[in-house]
Design a protein around this ligand. Structure first.
Ligand SMILES: NC(=O)c1ccc[n+]([C@@H]2O[C@H](COP(=O)([O-])OP(=O)(O)OC[C@H]3O[C@@H](n4cnc5c(N)ncnc54)[C@H](O)[C@@H]3O)[C@@H](O)[C@H]2O)c1
Ligand SMILES: O[C@H]1[C@H](O)[C@@H](O)[C@H](O)[C@@H](O)[C@H]1O
Length: 339
């Protein structure tokens, strides 16, 4: 079976996902594309045999030729399209964030609960990255003992001019918020945000860098350095310090060159390069699940948890205080542990 996919939002990652659905993955065809910028949608669809440009996201979801939906529009628009997909009974892959407020995420959980099944997968692609998977496997082997601390760094070479300090939390560190829940298999219970000396190369409106501190339910502490004007490239780091040893992501470049009395390797330019394979594996997993009539991947609960923790971090950024996180009860639909 070929899964016929409709894509809402043909920007940076929408274009990337359309390319991989069309040219890289098996079992999927992009049959409809929309964007609030119709010229953008037309330009992207022109490169995809058989893809039609539709006027709105709602048209894509309602289209009889669309089996499943990919939402890659701006975050505040996600709720509407995810809810409409669930109402139409169509599987939906939604890029992070699932939605931008706790209440909006709750409405999505309620819609799935009312339907009695999952429809939503959230695009937390790091769970599909080979290095993060190896890190989780190293922890699961048990030889290191209980995790005590996690040191993370999320460094972007630069960010677009419209990027805000809030986005350092809900657009950037949201990946660490999700990945530490997944790595440690437990929820986050409190957050703090510290402001180191400013990077003078950052735009004047930005608080950059930031350090996000997360407390896990089991007592482990997580620190996340978020630097979005680091200049030298896209650098993602994660080291888990456990009772009897440590496990960390290896360098991403894949090759170390020794020459002229020095050694080194390449740093990826951006997220597209660093997580290229993870996005492929992630979306193939989604396509396979849709074709098989099942669901997979990060759930709406994971999207909800990430948004609630990000909200706590935003409050911590504003107030300088420690902010507790209360998720409420996890509905049975989403199992007992972080999926
Ligand atoms: N998982 C990741 O690593 C990752 C990477 C990049 C972006 N994202 C997420 O993907 C989403 C898109 O990000 P981007 O970087 O591609 O942004 P972008 O601005 O490049 O693209 C978004 C596109 O959506 C369109 N759009 C906005 N509202 C729309 C609507 N209501 N209907 C149809 N089209 C609409 C815009 O015109 C634009 O073309 C964001 O939620 C972002 O957080 C995730
Ligand atoms: O939307 C992007 C994307 O999520 C990247 O993975 C992250 O590194 C960027 O900081 C963010 O702006």
């Amino acid at each position: 079976m070929t899964v016929r996919v409709g894509v809402i939002g043909a920007g940076m990652i929408g274009t990337e996902h359309i390319r991989r659905l069309t040219h890289v993955l098996n079992g999927a065809a992009v049959v409809a594309v929309t964007d609030v910028d119709p010229a953008r949608a037309a330009e992207v669809a022109a490169g995809v045999p058989g893809a039609r440009v539709l006027a709105t996201g709602k048209d894509v979801i309602a289209d009889d030729a669309v089996d499943a939906v990919v939402v890659t529009s701006w975050g505040p628009t996600h709720e509407e399209y995810v809810l409409a997909s669930v109402a139409a009974g169509k599987p939906v892959f939604c890029e992070k964030p699932l939605a931008t407020t706790r209440e909006a995420c709750r409405r999505i959980l309620d819609a799935e609960e009312a339907a009695g099944r999952r429809f939503v997968m959230v695009g937390f692609m790091r769970r599909y990255d080979a290095s993060y998977r190896a890190l989780k496997a190293a922890l699961a082997e048990g030889g290191l003992g209980a995790p005590l601390m996690v040191h993370c760094a999320h460094r972007n070479a630069t960010v677009p001019s419209l990027y805000t300090s809030d986005m350092a939390i809900n657009d950037t560190s949201v990946h660490e918020i999700d990945i530490v829940r997944w790595l440690l298999d437990e929820e986050i219970v409190a957050a703090r945000v510290l402001r180191p000396r400013r990077n003078s190369r950052a735009a004047p409106h930005l608080v950059d860098p930031l350090v996000v501190m997360l407390e896990m339910a089991g007592g482990a502490l997580v620190d996340v350095e978020v630097s979005v004007n680091i200049g030298y490239g896209y650098d993602i780091r994660c080291e888990v310090v456990a009772e009897g040893g440590t496990a960390a992501l290896a360098e991403a470049g894949g090759v170390v060159v020794r020459s002229g009395g020095r050694w080194g390797g390449a740093v990826p330019a951006d997220w597209r390069e660093r997580f290229l394979r993870a996005y492929d594996v992630e979306l193939q997993d989604w396509v396979d699940a849709v074709a098989g009539g099942t669901t997979t991947g990060p759930t709406a609960w994971d999207g909800y948890a990430a948004t609630v923790v990000a909200d706590a971090c935003l409050e911590a950024l504003r107030t300088g205080e420690r902010v507790g996180v209360s998720l409420g009860e996890r509905p049975a639909l989403y199992g007992l542990v972080a999926s």
